[in-house]
Design a protein around this ligand. Structure first.
Ligand SMILES: Cc1cc2nc3c(=O)[nH]c(=O)nc-3n(C[C@H](O)[C@H](O)[C@H](O)COP(=O)(O)OP(=O)(O)OC[C@H]3O[C@@H](n4cnc5c(N)ncnc54)[C@H](O)[C@@H]3O)c2cc1C
Ligand code: SF4
Ligand code: SF4
Length: 372
């Protein structure tokens, strides 16, 4: 992993408009802050190596190193990454119910992990008005307050940095694929701290094709409704092609063509749709509302899913083959599109002193681009 400093982070990420506002560089030092989805530097820093650069999921990310670190195998570019099985899932009877995004699988797993002391606290995403905000949740009862998706880039990972400063270990984290890449880099102790302890005990990744710019979305929605009355948002699977907003006054449907211009450009260089470095990954279940698709990846993830299901916190079923095929195709399409954009923007595998956003072994790049 190439570890540089804040000066290079500005050059490689901010000046190229690649920051997604994940929060990995926020609350590490007094210099970086996030306000309404945008991360910025308050004062210059001249350290030649910093955790800000090392953690960032948009600067010198080496997918082969990440794969070896987490799975002990080389990165092979397979569409869904490393996994044991893919299931259909939803929250079980032991969950008290509430408003989930789809099946509540994420909330159920985090609740179960907290109740059984598998984690001490979890970095989740709450919202203040429409603005997504990081929240360190310490008790199972609080998990539901962060349920539902905020379809905007969120500085969630600042909660991990703040928790580590308070001495926390044994943290759970729920995040998008870019956030899970940052978390994987955090766990590698990239600046060789002598007293380093891996602060993370459980990673729950979300599926993500794109997110929206918080401030631009607020501006767009403010022209149409009182945004303080928004209760939840949903982007149903294709072919719906709409965003649905639930407000105190009822439902509002917006065509995706109106909101897609608000996708940050950095989402188009993102090669991971399913959070490939998580213990488990969760997304929607196309064609079955109220359920999730659940990818079980690590042994820890498999044990968590088995225990949560045995004890009634999770309901699991087999995922129909046609859904797995569709998911695999969608993830492969995202990878191919991202690699083409990375190549066009000269952000992939640069040589001779030129830095890159992403590094992937060249033979794997060829394989991904040829995949039909
Ligand atoms: C930006 C974004 C894009 C997504 N795109 C897709 C997609 O293309 N296809 C797909 O199948 N699924 C997508 N999802 C995932 C999907 O919306 C659900 O989060 C997932 O299916 C889990 O549902 P659930 O009922 O188990 O979640 P719940 O039990 O309701 O829990 C939701 C969890 O998501 C976390 N969360 C909410 N907003 C954010 C955020 N902005 N950043 C990080 N964490 C957050 C909360 O902390 C909470 O723990 C996306 C989610 C986000 C946030
Ligand atoms: S770590 Fe996250 S918030 Fe910080 S510069 Fe990188 S993408 Fe932006
Ligand atoms: S598309 Fe990638 S970069 Fe954009 S929010 Fe999703 S995971 Fe992050």
């Amino acid at each position: 992993m190439q570890v540089l400093g804040a000066k290079e982070l500005l050059e490689d990420v901010f000046q190229k408009d690649l920051c997604i506002g994940c929060g990995a560089c926020v609350d590490l030092c007094p210099y970086f802050i996030n306000y309404m989805g945008k991360t910025s530097q308050l004062f210059p820093c001249d350290l030649s190596q910093g955790r800000c650069y090392a953690y960032c999921p948009k600067a010198e990310v080496n997918l082969d190193e990440l794969s070896n670190q987490i799975w002990g195998v080389a990165y092979d570019g397979s569409p869904l990454g490393n996994y044991q099985k893919v299931l259909a899932a939803r929250a079980g009877k032991k969950m008290k119910g509430g408003s989930y995004q789809s099946g509540g699988t994420v909330s159920a797993l985090v609740t179960f992990a907290l109740l059984n002391h598998l984690i001490r606290a979890a970095a989740l995403t709450d919202r203040q008005g429409l603005n997504p905000i990081p929240r360190l949740v310490k008790s199972a009862d609080e998990v539901i307050t962060c349920a539902t998706s905020k379809f905007m880039a969120s500085p969630t990972l600042a909660a991990i940095n703040a928790a580590v400063r308070e001495g926390y270990t044994g943290l759970g984290v729920v995040g998008t694929p870019c956030q899970l890449i940052a978390v994987t880099q955090m766990r590698a102790n990239p600046v060789d701290k002598e007293d380093f302890v891996d602060p993370v005990a459980l990673t729950v990744g979300l599926f993500c094709n794109w997110s929206l710019d918080t401030r631009q979305l607020m501006t767009l929605l403010s022209e149409k409704l009182d945004i303080s009355t928004i209760r939840s948002m949903d982007i149903p699977p294709p072919p719906a092609n709409i965003m649905v907003l639930e407000t105190d006054a009822g439902k509002l449907e917006l065509p995706l063509s109106e909101i897609k211009p608000l996708i940050p450009h950095t989402c188009f260089i993102c090669p991971d749709m399913t959070s490939e470095y998580a213990d488990v990954s969760v997304g929607m279940f196309e064609g079955r509302p109220g359920w999730n698709t659940l990818i079980v990846r690590s042994q820890k993830g498999a044990e968590l899913v088995a225990q949560a299901s045995d004890e009634g916190f999770l309901q699991i079923e087999n995922l129909p083959e046609k859904n797995l095929k569709r998911l695999t195709r969608a993830a492969a399409d995202k990878k191919q599109g991202a690699l083409r954009t990375l190549q066009q923007r000269e952000l992939l595998n640069n040589k001779e002193g030129q830095r890159s956003a992403v590094r992937i072994p060249p033979e794997v790049v060829d394989k991904i681009l040829k995949e039909k």
